[in-house]
Ligand binder design. Structure first.
Ligand code: KG4
Ligand code: ZN
Length: 342
């Protein structure tokens, strides 16, 4: 009971999330999503997302507090994602977070949503006990990080040069006529297909790229190769081998992600890889990473599926790390940053 009670608030995209964390213990995690309202447009409509945050903010907060049996006054600190994300969504959530912090007279921490994707793992697998390689993969980001201390010392090794992993999956899903967001559908079809059926290219595998972009990712060339493959079959009036396309495409993406994560750990003498972000729910990523990590003698930590997509728990977890490290809170006049760097 001695550790501070942190309220985490997530509002970067379509999810309005609230969670309460004490130390590394998660008391409650409640999320409301506007995805149903976007699905028919085949993408997130920022205006709709902002309005949904405004409508669901207080009801979702009340549900979270009621479920945990906690009164707002009991909270010791408030943490909110301040970017990167949609500026309207962030603004609504940050206004709410500022209002709560100001009313309670408690510190407010404006945090980086992307780092939260790694921090959430502590709520399930316990505190981090040393440096690790972080692989964050979602609809908006693909990052490879060297994390010495999640609150104070993160080195960005590489990122995506074009499409993020989830984004590439969503685009291939669209090419195949699968519902939006396509990621989980492409994953499911891929499980039934042959991973070796089609030879798709691995981005950044030329000798020059291997030096200059040692830890970067690129998936747009792969996506174009998939598009060309589909167009050719369609022009010839042939039926699309959807399962095989998904399996072979998925293998190309996950080959790049897992080999770079393991190589980075080996080169930096680090024993642990942590993954996070919506795409870390991908079944082949989890399988291949486990296989390769085991062969390399590296430990893998991956949050359960419900903590892979955006949620308040990731923000509360990271907030608790900052509070524990004694870091200063954010000034109440901070602005959200839609393209916040790491
Ligand atoms: O982290 P997230 O919820 O939101 C962002 O910050 O982007 O990630 C959402 C992304 C979407 O692109 C979605 O298609 C993808 O994660 N995704 C998956 C799977 N589950 C979610 N992609 C591939 N396989 C999955 N199982
Ligand atoms: Zn995210």
């Amino acid at each position: 009971e001695t550790e501070p009670l942190v309220l985490g608030i997530e509002s970067t995209c379509d999810e309005t999330g609230f969670a309460l964390v004490r130390g590394h213990e998660l008391l409650v995690d409640r999320t409301s999503s506007s995805m149903d309202q976007h699905a028919r447009y085949g993408g997130i409509i920022p205006e709709i997302a902002s309005r949904a945050h405004l409508e669901t903010f207080l009801p979702t907060l009340e549900q979270a507090l009621a479920e945990a049996g906690v009164k707002l006054e009991e909270i010791d600190a408030v943490a909110c994602s301040a970017g990167p994300g949609l500026i309207g969504s962030l603004t609504v959530g940050n206004c709410g977070a500022k209002a709560i912090a100001a009313a309670l007279g408690k510190p407010l921490y404006g945090l980086n949503h992307v780092i939260g994707h790694l921090a959430v793992d502590q709520l399930v697998d316990g505190p981090f006990d040393g440096p690790f390689i972080g692989l964050i993969v979602s609809g908006g980001h693909s990052n490879l990080l060297l994390v010495n201390d999640i609150a104070t010392d993160i080195v960005e090794l590489g990122g995506t040069l074009d499409d993020a992993a989830g984004e590439a999956f969503d685009k291939v899903g669209r090419l195949l006529g699968l519902p939006y967001p396509g990621g989980p559908h492409v994953d499911r079809h891929g499980q039934a297909g042959n991973r070796e059926a089609i030879k798709f290219p691995r981005g950044l595998s030329r000798p020059k790229d291997r030096i200059e972009h040692r830890w970067d990712f690129s998936f747009s060339g792969l996506k174009t190769a998939v598009a060309r493959y589909i167009e050719t079959l369609q022009r010839e009036g042939k039926e699309l081998p959807v399962d095989d396309i998904c399996a072979s495409f998925s293998e190309a993406v996950n080959d790049s992600l897992t080999s770079k994560a393991i190589d980075a750990a080996l080169e930096h003498g680090i024993k642990t890889v942590v993954i996070g972000g919506g795409f870390s729910a991908n079944s082949r990523l989890r399988e291949l990473l486990n296989e390769r990590a085991e062969a390399a003698g590296i430990e893998v930590r991956m949050p359960p599926l419900r903590y892979c997509t955006d949620n308040g728990a990731q923000i509360a977890a990271l907030g608790a790390n900052l509070v524990a490290a004694g870091l200063p809170s954010s000034p109440l006049n901070f602005s959200p940053d839609s393209s916040m760097p790491l």
